[in-house]
Ligand binder design. Structure first.
Ligand code: ADP
Ligand code: MG
Length: 316
């Protein structure tokens, strides 16, 4: 099977919402009047972003999910995406499963694959997702203000716990491992929450490189500091049962959470809770923004310390 047959068979579907879908030199989209386009790319490389053991349907899901998570963090509504795919060979079963996971998530969000590129090579996927947000209405990293509450969606650290099990650094019962593996391989982008936070959150970011590092991006861009309560961090029962050092590492520095971290004025806490309820995801207050530029971490025993707001860095 050749390149064009593989694309036609597995990746080209009807795209009634796009002005022009795959098959020509460019796709065409027509944004609604008054809307800005939100555009984001994330690539996944085998051995760096995923393990060879990942089922291909989950890989297709995750490649799109991490991009939708970036749109969610901006409060953008997803419209369409492109897929640049590199595959070692034209493996029918692999391509079919990959496409199944990819399109299941695309369909859940009502978005279309409008184009891409396909080449032979080491397995990698690069998706560019396109969304729309009212001009001037995007959630950004630079709007946190002293006195705002700091919130996070869902629960943190399970993806990192799964990675530690794959690395042989931790062991879990089979059902617990399946649960955290699902968090690592099938993250749920918080798109509905991002939309519900428009006009309410003062800043937002999605958590991909660990809580401390991603919080650091908000603090630096907003020129503020924060006081973070470790005991308040939302965590699954499986992670809660782990030894303290591992649990803290997963919660504070674990990557791949794809939850939203955001700030909102303290007086609007009830509206934030209502936004979470409307979006069907838990939202938890985990600290406060302060004027001084430090990140103060309050540990489970109430002891305070200064934390380094650094996350995962591919070149560090
Ligand atoms: P060009 O050489 O003009 O860049 P290609 O030959 O790479 O075009 O691709 C042909 C068409 O197939 C284009 O419209 C492109 O968007 C689409 N396409 C290629 N790969 C994919 C893919 N993985 N998923 C969806 N569409 C794709
Ligand atoms: Mg091309």
């Amino acid at each position: 099977m050749g390149e064009f047959e593989l694309i036609e068979r597995h990746f080209v579907r009807a795209t009634p919402r796009a002005a022009l879908g795959p098959g020509d030199d460019c796709a065409l989209l027509a944004p609604a009047p008054g809307q800005a386009l939100a555009i984001t790319s994330d690539m996944l490389l085998e051995g760096r972003h995923f393990l060879a053991t990942v089922p291909p349907a989950r890989l297709g899901h995750k490649a799109l999910a991490v991009n939708l998570s970036d749109l969610a963090a901006c409060g953008a509504k997803p419209l369409a995406f492109t897929l640049a795919l590199s595959l070692p060979r034209a493996d029918e079963a692999f391509a079919a499963a990959l496409a199944q996971g990819l399109f299941a998530l695309a369909d859940a969000h009502g978005i279309e694959l409008v184009g891409g590129d396909t080449t032979a090579g080491a397995l990698s996927l690069c998706i560019t997702a396109i969304g729309e947000v009212p001009a001037g209405g995007a959630l950004l990293r630079n709007g946190a203000r002293a006195g705002d509450q700091l919130w996070v969606s869902g629960c943190l650290g399970d993806a990192r716990l799964a990675l530690e099990v794959f690395r042989g650094h931790a062991a879990l019962a089979a059902a617990d491992f399946e649960a955290v593996r699902l968090a690592m391989e099938c993250p749920q982008p918080r798109v509905a929450l991002g939309l519900a936070l428009r006009g309410l959150a003062t800043s937002a970011i999605d958590l991909s490189d660990g809580l401390l590092g991603d919080l650091g991006h908000i603090l630096r861009r907003s020129r503020v500091g924060a006081r973070l309560e470790l005991a308040a961090l939302p965590c699954s029962a499986v992670l809660a049962a782990q030894p303290r050092a591992l649990r803290e590492e997963c919660l504070l520095r674990g990557g791949d959470d794809y939850e939203l971290l955001f700030t909102a004025p303290a007086a609007r806490a009830a509206e934030v809770r209502a936004a979470g309820a409307a979006a069907g995801v838990a939202v938890t207050p985990i600290g406060l923004i302060g004027a001084a530029p430090d990140l103060v971490l309050v540990d489970e025993d109430g002891r305070e310390g200064l934390a380094a707001a650094r996350g995962f860095d591919h070149f560090a």
